[in-house]
Design a protein around this ligand. Structure first.
Ligand SMILES: Cc1cc2nc3c(=O)[nH]c(=O)nc-3n(C[C@H](O)[C@H](O)[C@H](O)COP(=O)(O)OP(=O)(O)OC[C@H]3O[C@@H](n4cnc5c(N)ncnc54)[C@H](O)[C@@H]3O)c2cc1C
Length: 401
């Protein structure tokens, strides 16, 4: 019998985990191919440190080819350009590939259209490696000619954790540079209240974040959209004008255009509608995991907020998908289920030399438990986790926690 072919699009948290996990589930008895636009894994959570020179690109990335080679996974450094799901075929910049099972793990791209002026580079962002490198160049120019600073997350953004981390890291760096007293530091967010995080908040989160902002003398502007950002000024929907010498704004994310083009599986943001098995609603043999998978925002806020699709749920989804593909290949029904909202929230928010550990039994309410643990151990934990994640992923030990 010919071996089944699993094709994975994307090679970061979701794609790497799904590809290696499915290989492992079937003890190698499956052909797995990964097509990824990037030839490297990027540990995105460390992008918050890159602009300050605390990390270089090579510290937080590694090449995929060696890892996949070691685990007998075929790696193609290329970009998927067209999905033909009826024909079970994907066109890429490196040729056309047939599959028996497809996993879409193509993640996000920035939606700069959300705030006019972002595309023109009037404010920095840190959500991709090239963006974070540019944010570092802007930071160094700022240090030569300092002034007020604005950090924020726009309407529709979901990655609030990164906005808070960058805010507190900026505050820490300002202190180190002796600039803290002369700089007004503002935080602008679509969140309805401090510590909402796009997950509805956690017990005592609002008061804890409020305390942090007060201690760091940061002025919050909450529950407000950004109308436009000009060179040196951010204009909010309520007409507030914030002048700045340095600004970093987290935009909303959307899915990749190649996915959005397949209207039968994608929503209007280009995310794939999935069941809790991570199979698409339409195709039993097509899966989507990580940021590429759609999540319904379970609330309406006055200013729209997205849901943060973080690393832990991404890896969990990839394992669920891998187990279900393995079951299908063995001729069984997919039995693993784990809805996004029911996956535990496990996150560390870094604050320069301090931080907060965030733990909850469910990503989204209703929850039984949720706790925020502040202190310097959170910073140490993020440092350790970065090293652990890169080591674990590089060696392909995706079954480790
Ligand atoms: C600044 C920042 C900080 C973060 N901090 C944290 C944190 O502290 N903790 C946490 O848990 N999570 C954090 N996250 C979220 C975490 O990075 C994501 O959960 C994770 O990256 C999702 O992985 P993914 O594989 O779904 O998508 P991605 O990481 O977006 O990977 C998608 C992959 O697909 C590839 N690709 C794209 N288009 C194509 C195509 N057409 N064909 C083939 N390949 C394609 C890309 O090159 C990429 O390799 C952070 C994210 C950011 C941006």
């Amino acid at each position: 019998m010919t071996r089944k072919r699993v094709l994975v699009l994307g090679g970061n948290f979701g794609g790497l985990t799904a590809a290696l996990a499915v290989k492992h589930e079937l003890h190698g008895d499956v052909d797995v191919r990964v097509v990824s636009a990037s030839d490297r894994v990027l540990f995105n959570p460390s992008l918050i440190w890159l602009p300050f020179g605390k990390r270089k690109a090579e510290d937080i990335t590694f090449e995929l080819a060696d890892t996949f080679d070691e685990h007998d996974v075929d790696f193609v450094h290329g970009e998927a350009t067209r999905l033909d799901l009826a024909a079970k075929q994907v066109e890429t910049t490196k040729g056309t590939f047939d599959y028996d099972y497809l996993v879409i793990a193509t993640g996000y791209r920035n939606n700069f259209d959300a705030v006019p002026g972002l595309r023109e580079g009037n404010a920095s962002t840190i959500t991709t490696l090239p963006d974070a490198i540019k944010a570092g160049e802007a930071w160094r120019r700022f240090l030569d000619d300092p002034g007020d600073v604005v950090i924020g997350a726009s309407q529709g953004a979901g990655c609030f954790g990164a906005a808070y981390e960058y805010l507190f890291n900026v505050s820490y760096q300002l202190k180190k540079a002796g600039l803290k007293k002369q700089v007004k530091l503002s935080y602008v967010s679509a969140e309805p209240f401090l510590g909402h995080f796009g997950i509805g908040g956690l017990p005592h989160g609002e008061s804890l974040l409020g305390m942090f902002l007060k201690k760091e003398k940061i002025t919050p502007y909450l529950n407000v959209g950004m109308r436009h950002v000009d060179d040196g000024q951010l204009v909010l929907d309520d007409d507030t004008k914030l002048d700045f010498k340095y600004a970093m704004i987290i935009p909303p994310f959307v899915g990749q255009d190649v996915v959005k083009a397949v209207a039968e599986i994608a929503d209007d943001k280009g995310y794939v509608r999935v069941r809790d098995t991570y199979q698409t609603e339409e195709y039993d043999d097509v899966y989507a995991v990580g940021i590429a998978a759609a999540v319904d925002v379970p609330w309406q806020t006055p200013t729209p907020v997205g849901v943060p699709k973080t690393g832990f749920p991404t890896e969990q989804q990839a394992h669920v998908a891998a187990k279900n593909i393995a079951a299908q290949i063995r001729g069984e029904q997919p039995r693993e289920h784990k809805a996004f909202g029911e996956i535990p929230a496990v996150c560390v928010m870094d604050a320069g030399n301090n931080g907060v550990i965030i733990l909850a039994d469910h990503m989204l309410p209703p929850r039984k438990h949720g706790v925020l643990i502040p202190g310097p151990q959170a910073h140490a934990m993020k440092l350790a986790f970065e090293k652990y994640f890169l080591w674990k992923s590089k060696h392909g030990y995706v079954n480790l926690p």
